[in-house]
Design a protein around this ligand. Structure first.
Ligand SMILES: NC(=O)C1=CN([C@@H]2O[C@H](COP(=O)(O)OP(=O)(O)OC[C@H]3O[C@@H](n4cnc5c(N)ncnc54)[C@H](O)[C@@H]3O)[C@@H](O)[C@H]2O)C=CC1
Ligand SMILES: O=C(O)[C@H]1O[C@H](OP(=O)(O)OP(=O)(O)OC[C@H]2O[C@@H](n3ccc(=O)[nH]c3=O)[C@H](O)[C@@H]2O)[C@H](O)[C@@H](O)[C@@H]1O
Length: 429
């Protein structure tokens, strides 16, 4: 099939690469000329494991352009994968979607199935459909499908190939689009969940909100564990064995971040409020998440009543491991809060960088060794494997102090303490 993917971000690039691998002719469009130039020079503008290899492998039927003009007429399927960030009031900013509708409306010359992969609030796909009609596109020439994406950054390619489901939201009376979507995804072995446009949109928000709820729940449990000298990791392991709870997303720590959970939970809250529904749980989830960093800062203050002349190494900047993404990164927020104290912060991340402006007392280092040399305290802020597998005797030698502060509950306390280091966490017994 001939497919256009609009938006060359984490979702768009992964979708384009996977669809090309499945044998389709794919054109990926982004209005960011610099991104397109990089992609055309065989460079991938984001760090996502395996993505470059996939793009390189499929270069014969994967093209990148900065305008819809060249390819849209040939495409029978158009995927919308542009960003849907938060507006100031927490609702979803649909301006990128709006501009895509505008650009598409003047170029639809033959039948197209328009598939929204971007995460959009309930009612948006119906609105897109009506917008296209209002802009003069004949209803004979298109239909609209909601096909939300559930991939995680860091394992995007794997997640798309091994999806646990393919959600397809259809307009009532649309008898054509399901077959198109099934043809698009031929080769991916996942059950289909077929629903209405609103149903698919809700499913996406409910999934992200539920996962965020699990995390905030465990962060609250960690606070209670702290008061009773109980290890929250043991609690997570124990309750995770109950199949009704499951072992995933029970890791307490600095809180959830990234480009999706914070904005999507907020957006769902706004959606509920717009219908006069009080979203008590969604609000509590956010309150716990927003105050989680304070718990860690307070703990640090009890360890170091005076920060003057302290050198603190913070390992991790990205919002989670295996990505360079720092959008709403708890690690970055932690570093910026810490920088308000009179101390020196040396930070390192294998892929992510702090964006300017940088506080004067924060220095980005290019290796773990240079970050931790002479540090009074080492803080693990993102659970990258290379931080979990540090050579602790070497760390002990390089550091001036002995405190390892694990904000991600990802280290083995016994292993660390046998080398004369002191392990500190929250809710770790
Ligand atoms: N990042 C993730 O892991 C996931 C994201 N999503 C959703 O997918 C959507 C996209 O997310 P990301 O890929 O992370 O965003 P992103 O910000 O990485 O990429 C979006 C891209 O769209 C481009 N764009 C904006 N307007 C355009 C236009 N009119 N024409 C062409 N290109 C345009 C931007 O230049 C940018 O490169 C969002 O709605 C997000 O909530 C869903 C599942 C996973
Ligand atoms: O809609 C989206 O964008 C995506 O959002 C998340 O994916 P992602 O943001 O890439 O990352 P996750 O692995 O879900 O982690 C999100 C945040 O929660 C934190 N987290 C995760 C799990 C956990 O047990 N504890 C915890 O604090 C992570 O450190 C990270 O900051 C969802 O997992 C995807 O299914 C979804 O498609």
């Amino acid at each position: 099939m001939n497919i256009c993917v609009i938006g060359a971000g984490y979702v768009g690039l992964t979708t384009a690469a996977v669809l090309a691998e499945l044998g389709h002719e794919v054109n990926c469009i982004d209005k960011d000329k610099q991104k397109i130039e990089m992609l055309n020079n065989s460079e991938v503008p984001i760090y996502e494991p395996g993505l470059k290899e996939f793009i390189d492998k499929n270069y014969n039927h994967l093209t990148f352009t900065d305008s819809l003009d060249d390819y849209i007429k040939r495409a029978s399927v158009v995927f919308i994968c542009v960003g849907t960030p938060s507006s100031e009031d927490g609702s979803t900013d649909l301006s990128y979607i709006d501009s895509v509708i505008d650009e598409l409306s003047s170029r639809i010359n033959s039948y197209k199935t328009i598939v929204t992969k971007s995460t959009v609030p309930p009612g948006t796909n119906e609105w897109i459909y009506n917008q296209l009609l209002e802009k003069g596109v004949s209803p004979e020439l298109f239909n609209i499908v909601s096909n939300p994406e559930f991939l995680r950054e860091g394992s995007a390619i794997h997640d798309m190939f091994h999806a646990d489901k393919i959600v397809v939201g259809l307009r009532s009376g649309d008898h054509r689009s399901l077959a198109v979507i099934q043809e698009v995804y031929t080769g991916i072995n996942a059950p289909y969940v077929i629903t209405s446009l609103n149903g698919a949109e809700m499913m996406k928000y409910a999934a992200n909100a539920f996962l965020a709820t699990k995390i905030s729940f465990m962060n609250e449990i960690a606070r209670i564990c702290e008061a009773f000298q109980v290890d929250v990791n043991d609690v997570a392991k124990g309750i995770g064995l109950d199949p009704r709870i499951g072992p995933h997303f029970l890791q307490a720590g600095l809180g959830y971040g990234g480009s999706c959970f914070p904005k999507d939970v907020k957006s769902l809250e706004r959606t509920a409020l717009s219908k006069n529904i009080q979203p008590h749980i969604l609000q509590a989830v956010q309150t716990v998440n927003e105050t989680q960093i304070d718990i860690y800062l307070e703990k640090l203050k009890t360890l170091f009543p005076d920060f003057t002349h302290l050198k603190i190494a913070v390992l991790g900047i990205a919002f989670k491991p295996n990505t360079d993404d720092t959008r709403y990164s708890p690690a970055e927020r932690f570093i910026r809060c810490l920088s308000q104290f009179d101390c020196e912060i040396h930070t390192y991340d294998p892929q992510a960088k702090l964006q300017n402006p940088l506080p004067a007392n924060v220095i980005q280092k290019d290796s773990i060794t240079s970050a931790i040399r002479d540090a009074d305290c080492v803080i693990i802020a993102t659970d990258w494997n290379e931080f979990k597998q540090l050579d602790w005797p070497e760390v002990r030698q390089l550091m001036k102090g002995t405190i390892i502060f694990d904000t991600r509950n990802c280290l083995d306390r016994n292993k660390i303490e046998q080398y004369g280091l002191h392990y500190v966490g929250v809710g770790r017994g």
